[in-house]
Design a protein around this ligand. Structure first.
Ligand code: PLP
Length: 464
């Protein structure tokens, strides 16, 4: 059984801890509604330890989503805190343009040793959006240098989330992502979401896989392979609702990419660093060898903002041998290769490989089995998951799995009840997502499931 690291540090409770939508705050929360900018109905979290956080009402809550899929080794790990402090006291920062630093070099080697296939190079960024943006700009640069400036379209899928920078956000495909926002529509193309639960009526799973591959081939025929630069896919669509594709989907899509010289980018911002039991999941879990892998979140377990792109050695070989050795990849971030972030990532990977990955793999089946028992509740259409990520999808009627109306905000309702009972949930429109710290133990899994059962039951009472 994994240990937590001690007590959640005591914190003063705060007078204005209760959510109050009438008070305006200087802090803008991400994804605000126009009519609520500056208002907040969110709880205030003060401290964390292991799988627990403590809020300003003095409640101890299991951190069901591990922050945002990221606090993989758990909160308040002393060894990570030491690495962070030691690096800050050794070298706080040095420019990645005209200097290098030891933690960045060491981390790059560690990542190259662990990435699949020939992903032997890494460009370090500040998070997931900048990692995806870097991968896309690298694809553009690569095709420009190869004399194929027209090969720039990027294919993603409905249900996807790839970030909040302009180009990465253009690839998102969740409800409401594009209602009020602009994007690089001239570059982005979308395929059907490979969600088996919501596949077109009448299609078997095998026929659905055929349909998805055919759709991609048809798109290539229509747009022209010489115009499509990349296909980007989260191996499991995370914030789209933990959507796990059918078994051969990713390998089939990769084969189509190879046939047409389209780069396959696996967006592993969520699935890497232990969430699925491995440092990288693309090959270990899904059998694909991408041309690039983007990552962030779990690489530092959320202790420092860091991300990156693993890049195939073949791409760089081609660039080096091109007719344009002086072409510059004019792209970089002040905080690329940040020494503190890299030192944290190194310690984090060491911790993952010294027991936490084994633990995550061992407890995942228990976590999934126990959550699956919630399917007996009338509001629950499907509980699905893989590794230590799961989604509980609620439906209006179980016979046809019709979706609930968005404004019912069923996920938020369940979250509110669960918080009263000691569990933080990540609410999506019609569902709850679970991705706890990987150090969660069996008793804590039992608590998660029991609280969810009560929270969903109370929500069913509310909706009666
Ligand atoms: N890609 C995926 C799959 C994500 O889930 C996210 C964030 O949730 C991102 C990219 C963007 O990462 P960030 O929020 O660190 O910019």
């Amino acid at each position: 059984m994994m240990q937590t690291h001690g007590e959640v540090p005591a914190q003063e409770t705060v007078d204005d801890a209760s959510p109050d939508e009438s008070r305006l705050q200087p802090l803008i929360q991400p994804w605000p509604l126009a009519g609520s900018i500056g208002k907040t109905d969110l709880g205030l979290i003060l401290a964390g330890d292991g799988v627990y956080v403590k809020d300003a009402l003095g409640r101890s809550l299991i951190d069901g989503p591990a922050g945002m899929w990221c606090v993989n080794v758990g909160h308040r790990h002393p060894s990570i805190a030491d690495a962070l402090r030691d690096q800050a006291m050794t070298l706080t920062y040095t420019s990645p343009w005209y200097t290098s630093n030891n933690p960045a070099r060491e981390l790059a080697q560690m990542l190259a040793d662990r990435a699949p296939g020939d992903l032997k190079h890494v460009f370090l960024t500040t998070g997931g959006s900048s990692a995806v943006e870097t991968a896309l700009r690298l694809m553009q640069f690569y095709n420009n240098v190869r004399g194929r400036p027209q090969k720039k379209l990027i294919v993603s899928r409905q249900g996807a989330y790839h970030g909040s920078t302009y180009l990465s956000a253009s690839l998102n495909g969740r409800p409401r992502d594009h209602d009020w926002m602009d994007g690089a529509t001239e570059l982005a193309r979308k395929l059907t979401c490979p969600d088996p639960f919501r596949r077109p009526e009448g299609l078997s799973i095998d026929a659905f896989e055929d349909f998805l591959e055919d759709e991609f081939r048809t798109m290539i025929e229509k747009e022209g392979a010489d115009r499509i630069g990349a296909f980007i896919a989260e191996p499991v669509q995370a914030s789209g609702g933990v959507l796990i594709p059918t078994k051969a989907y990713l390998t089939r899509m990769q084969a189509v990419c190879r046939e047409h010289d389209i780069l396959f980018i696996a967006d592993e911002v969520v699935t890497a660093f232990g969430r699925l039991g491995h440092i990288f999941a693309s090959q270990a879990v899904f059998g694909v060898e991408p041309d690039m892998i983007t990552f962030a979140k779990g690489v530092t377990s959320g202790y420092f903002p860091l991300g990156g792109v693993m890049v195939s050695a073949r791409l760089f070989d081609e660039l080096r041998r091109s007719n344009h050795p002086d072409a510059m990849f004019a792209h970089g971030l002040t905080y690329s290769s940040h020494p503190i972030g890299c030192a944290v990532a190194i310690r984090n990977i060491e911790l993952l490989e010294n027991g936490i990955l084994d633990h995550a793999r061992a407890i995942a089946p228990y976590f999934q089995e126990r959550l699956k028992t919630l399917e007996d509740l009338a509001l629950v259409g499907e509980v699905r998951g893989i590794g230590l990520m799961a989604g509980i999808e609620c439906v209006a009627d179980r016979e046809h799995n019709n979706p609930l109306q968005i404004d019912i905000e069923v996920g938020k309702r369940i979250d509110r009840h669960c918080q009263d009972l000691g569990l933080l949930v990540r609410p999506l429109i019609n569902m709850c997502v679970m991705s706890p710290p990987l150090v969660i133990n069996k008793a804590q899994v039992d608590s998660v499931v029991e609280i969810l059962r009560q929270g969903i039951s109370k929500t069913m009472d509310d909706l009666r």
